[in-house]
Write a protein that binds this ligand. Structure first.
Ligand code: ATP
Ligand code: MG
Length: 498
């Protein structure tokens, strides 16, 4: 294929950040009508490559060609004019505006020089239906959950005639059905409109099932380009991390008999319909279910973020006050939120300062913070979780998506609470980082901590749970003991047919 037949060609791309060589002479090519996967560990440079392409980051060296023509983007509108659409890892919507306004921002349908609002809302309705998004076009985006916002973003990218669609971990926050909707739309646009896709994902099966080709990055360098049919999953992972992977899930010991957390009849409007469950010392209880089944709602309620109508929470047999986050923490609970950007980290602060926030009280005597101890602990966690950053002083906002998630985990692991609530703990984390998270969880169990893990990943729910609780419409539909269920059993319970 000659050069000018590539939709996109990036040559010798170099991008430096202070102390980091994020991209080191990277080459990348995209053909029309192909789904091109971009693969690499957390911090390998995937999002940076995409941001260089969109003009969000200026490149230090290298050239970009679009359909054979050399380009230099100076404003965010430039790539849009050439038919490139981006869905970034972080949600990029205007929270104050409604769904329709967001979906057609900058491309509003016009009538006689004015925005054709009737069309704006009817078109939006059409797209929401196509994606089975059960929301009103006039709903304000800021009131939606992360998942719903992501769906709106994806729908937005598909609304317009694009030549190239770039998706940075789009399915990260999606549940099965929405994922299938997205894959169908992608195949459709590929086959009928010859759209080219750049697709970043840490879900290796998805990479394998959906992709035509894959470019692998390792430490900011090219580590190979392959036709997906020529490479196995294991080979792909090996190229990505430079070694083969061992067993990902640790062996879980039996929990103790003593109950450490009990939720009694938690009710909240239509979202939670009387949830009762308990976690023992050294036990992980996985809670799973479809989007909207009540996973996150349960965590937020129990952690005092959203008020409940009724219900009790006991820690080590003692009823606690969970009417605010501070009270829940004082009662012995820590909550790792699914929304790392909103609730997890203060982005302009360093990794260490973020760690210090919930941990300083524990490490202070007479109001003096033991900085040495904080220093020691964060270094240990960064090592255990394989956080890729120049140092503990790196600002959280400068970390790659997966490494931000690791920093949030470190912060809450440090609090040494008796009960940990983990909401989607490994979302966006690469394969090595995941093993790190799992083995740390396992260590915590041995210290007698109880973990309630909310996850939409059924494999994770099964492999890392002593029990799997399946929620359906805010109620417990089914509880499986370890070894009792398959992924299919869980899915059946989650859609309510069990
Ligand atoms: N704005 C920034 N300032 C400083 N360093 C940055 C910035 N953005 C990214 N980096 C660094 O560049 C490197 C590549 O980051 P990038 O976000 O491209 O990784 P990634 O492959 O997308 O990882 P992930 O899978 O975790 O999303 C990382 O070391 C990251 O810390
Ligand atoms: Mg990224």
């Amino acid at each position: 294929m000659s050069e000018d037949q590539y939709l996109i060609e990036m040559k010798g791309i170099v991008k430096r950040f202070p102390g980091v060589l994020a991209l080191d002479h990277v080459n990348f090519q995209l053909k029309a009508g192909e789904i091109h996967m971009l693969l690499g560990e957390n911090g390998a440079g995937k999002s940076t490559l995409i941001k260089v392409l969109s003009g969000a980051h200026q490149l230090d060296e290298g050239e970009i060609f679009i359909e054979g023509k050399k380009v230099q983007f100076n404003s965010p509108q430039d790539p849009l004019d050439l038919g490139l659409r981006f869905i970034y890892q972080e949600v990029n919507l205007v929270p104050e505006l409604d769904i329709a306004r967001n979906m057609f921002l900058g491309i509003e349908p016009m009538k006689r020089g004015l925005i054709d609002t009737k069309k704006l809302y009817s078109e939006t309705e059409k797209y929401l239906m196509k994606f089975h998004i059960d929301l009103k076009p006039r709903a304000i985006v800021g009131d939606l959950s992360v998942t719903q916002q992501k769906l709106v973003e994806i729908a937005r990218a598909l609304v317009t005639d694009a030549k190239v669609l770039v998706l940075d971990e789009p399915t990260d926050v999606l549940e099965d059905r929405s994922r299938q909707d997205l894959f169908e739309s992608i195949q459709d646009l590929k086959n009928h409109n010859n759209v080219g896709f750049i697709y970043i994902s840490h879900r290796y099966q998805e990479v394998h099932d959906l992709g035509d080709r894959v470019t692998i990055l390792r430490d900011g360098k090219n580590a190979g380009v392959y036709n997906i049919c020529d490479i196995t999953l294991d080979e792909m992972i090996e190229k990505m991390i430079g070694q083969s992977v061992e067993k990902q899930y640790p062996h879980l010991n039996k929990p103790q008999d003593e109950e450490v957390l009990r939720l009694e009849n938690i009710r909240q409007g239509k979202k939670l319909n009387g949830v009762t469950l308990s976690v023992k010392r050294g036990e992980i209880v996985s809670v799973t279910g479809l989007m909207g089944a009540g996973k996150t709602e349960l965590a937020r309620a129990v952690c005092g973020i959203d008020p409940v109508d009724s219900g009790k929470v006991f820690i080590e047999g003692k009823e606690i006050d969970f009417s605010s986050p501070i009270k829940s923490i004082e009662g012995g609970m820590a909550y790792l939120s699914e929304d790392r950007k909103g609730l997890g980290l203060i982005l302009p602060h360093s990794i260490m300062d973020n760690y210090g926030l919930p941990n300083s009280p524990r490490l202070s005597t007479y109001g003096l913070v033991n900085k040495k101890q904080i220093d020691k602990e964060i270094c240990e966690y960064m090592e255990a979780l394989k956080v890729k950053a120049p140092s503990k002083h790196t600002k959280a906002g400068q970390l790659s998506g997966g490494n931000q998630q690791k920093a949030v985990i470190a912060k809450w692991l440090g609090t040494q609470s008796k009960v940990l609530l983990f909401d989607e703990p490994t979302r966006g984390i690469d394969i090595i980082g995941r093993s790190g998270v799992y083995s740390l969880m396992n260590e915590l169990l041995d210290q007698g901590i109880g973990i309630l893990m909310l996850t939409s990943d059924y494999t994770e729910a099964l492999e890392m749970g002593h029990k799997v609780v399946v929620l359906y419409h805010g109620q417990i539909k089914k509880v499986f003991e370890r070894g009792e269920a398959t992924e299919e059993d869980i899915l059946r319970a989650a859609i309510g047919t069990h």
